[in-house]
Design a protein around this ligand. Structure first.
Ligand code: SF4
Ligand code: SF4
Length: 478
């Protein structure tokens, strides 16, 4: 049997990328999104939201000790985790929809890895200069200037990474208090630990790993390859216009003689600005995060040489083929998959909105004792015992318990005397659940023949708001 011996390294060595500064429409969009996303991330924990006395006043808060998640006017309990399921479905479908419309638009503009790497590149350019200066500086080696610039750059990177970790922990506790505690070293150890972890990951991913995260670590490029189709807009080099590549001078001569000459002058500007070092002229590839910066670079070149812009543009595979066949482009944003994704988003979103709008801030659950099922009383009556859970998502208030469906029933809660109207009142603290043992008993002449369905009703004494739970009353000999 012949053996094939593969010589050479198994992995391609990393080629350091030195993205050049670029100006244009897509760069401006990216700056706007970067500023907005970072402002939201860093400042949101300080936004206040008045929920009344006793409740946290932070607009967005994950309150682990009390097992609550607060988002402005919404307060979710652990048993309402299905809202997160809904949110995850919407997030996934939104990602799919974005992909079906405009490829990896998430990767190019919105992904945290892209946003922070972009910020770190901006710092690098500010401190060490643009692409050419950075390449020259690396070639010169560790000169004093290089060392000073490197120290400054890494210090700023670490400060940004530290703020990133610091902002993260503020979502889990009252932000102003935690900032004070962190500064005076009185915050819990776990807060410092998380800041350290996020500082390290931000610094490594955005400062060092950069495009390697997108190319090798992230699963989304592989998933999106299975989700995209020939109608999705992707950053595309228009081969029909660009080829054959020739210099400006040569192109003029060729055109003068009526010979074909492409618009691409092989200036490599599209590669120089690319944050992942991709040559988009080789076609759509895994390394391309669809950020559109090569469009800006090429547009600048085309404007300078007096040729039409958008040699590189957002375009579809179908149009690539149509152009080569001399046919006009067609765009089809509304198609089966975009309709399906949009419909799922609309349906899940509507169900969630309806559930939120009709959500009650109290509920009651009841559980019949398994053993004994009933108790015969000395006067001939019968008693059934239950465990009742009253959930109060509002301020501290009182609930009157009542039983429906069992004529002549009397209620007892150990240690609680009935009110004047005969009903039992149970106090439940703010934002708490209370469990009570409830006995329901009937006299001998009111005992039903068969098990009957009963309803335990909890009515808020101040407002009359009520919640009902069903169970059974079980007579003897069952
Ligand atoms: S920037 Fe435009 S002209 Fe220059 S190499 Fe890229 S595609 Fe060709
Ligand atoms: S090839 Fe163009 S769109 Fe793709 S990552 Fe590079 S600059 Fe961005």
């Amino acid at each position: 049997m012949n053996e094939t011996i593969i010589e050479g390294p198994l992995y391609e060595a990393r080629k350091k990328v030195y993205p050049q500064a670029v100006h244009g429409r897509f760069r401006r969009i990216k700056w706007a999104i970067l500023i907005f996303a970072l402002a939201v991330y860093y400042l949101l924990p300080f936004v206040r939201w008045d929920r009344g006395p006793g409740f946290p006043s932070q607009a967005v808060l994950v309150d682990f000790p009390h097992r609550r998640f607060y988002f402005f006017f919404i307060a979710l309990w652990p048993q309402e985790v299905y809202y997160f399921t809904g949110l995850l479905i919407i997030a996934a479908m939104t990602l799919f929809l974005m992909n079906a419309v405009a490829g990896r638009v998430w990767c190019g503009y919105l992904c945290p890895q892209t946003v922070w790497t972009d910020l770190f590149y901006a710092v690098e350019r500010l401190v060490e200069g643009d692409r050419r200066e950075r390449i020259m500086s690396d070639k010169r080696g560790w000169t004093l200037t290089h060392i000073r610039q490197a120290v400054t750059k890494h210090f700023i990177w670490l400060m940004i990474a530290w703020w990133t970790g610091g902002a993260w922990v503020l979502y889990f506790s009252d932000a102003p208090t935690l900032v004070k505690d962190l500064a005076t070293f009185q915050a819990p150890f776990i807060a410092y630990l998380w800041i350290a972890i996020l500082t390290a990951t931000t610094y490594v991913f955005a400062g060092h790993a950069r495009e390697q995260v997108c190319i090798y670590m992230c699963p989304w490029p592989r998933i999106q390859a299975a989700l995209t189709d020939e109608w999705a807009l992707n950053v595309t080099y228009r081969v029909d216009r660009g080829e054959p590549r020739v210099s400006v001078k040569k192109a003029e001569q060729l055109r003068l003689h009526g010979e074909p000459a492409g618009d691409c002058i092989d200036c490599h500007q599209c590669i120089n600005v690319c944050p992942t070092g991709v040559d988009i002229r080789d076609g759509i590839q895994l390394g391309c995060i669809q950020c559109g910066l090569c469009i800006d670079a090429c547009d600048t070149v085309m404007s300078e040489i007096g040729r039409p812009t958008r040699l590189i543009a957002y375009d579809t595979d179908i149009n690539g083929q149509r152009r080569q066949a001399g046919k006009p482009p067609v765009y089809r944003l509304i198609r089966a998959r975009t309709i399906l994704y949009a419909a799922i988003i609309a349906i899940v979103g509507s169900v969630m909105l309806y559930a939120l709008a009709t959500r009650r801030n109290m509920s009651v659950e009841v559980l019949h004792d398994r053993n004994p099922l009933f108790v015969l009383l000395s006067d001939g009556g019968v008693r059934n015992n239950y465990t009742v859970h009253i959930l109060n998502k509002g301020p501290e208030r009182s609930f009157a318990l009542d039983v429906l469906g069992l004529p002549g029933a009397e209620l007892h809660i150990p240690g609680t005397a009935p009110a004047a109207d005969g009903k039992l009142a149970v106090e439940v603290g703010q934002d708490q659940t209370r469990e009570v043992r409830l006995s329901v008993q009937v006299k001998s002449d009111m005992i039903p023949q068969d098990p009957v369905v009963i309803e335990i009703k909890a009515t808020e004494t101040a407002t009359g708001q009520a919640a009902i739970a069903q169970d059974h009353f079980i007579p003897p000999n069952q």
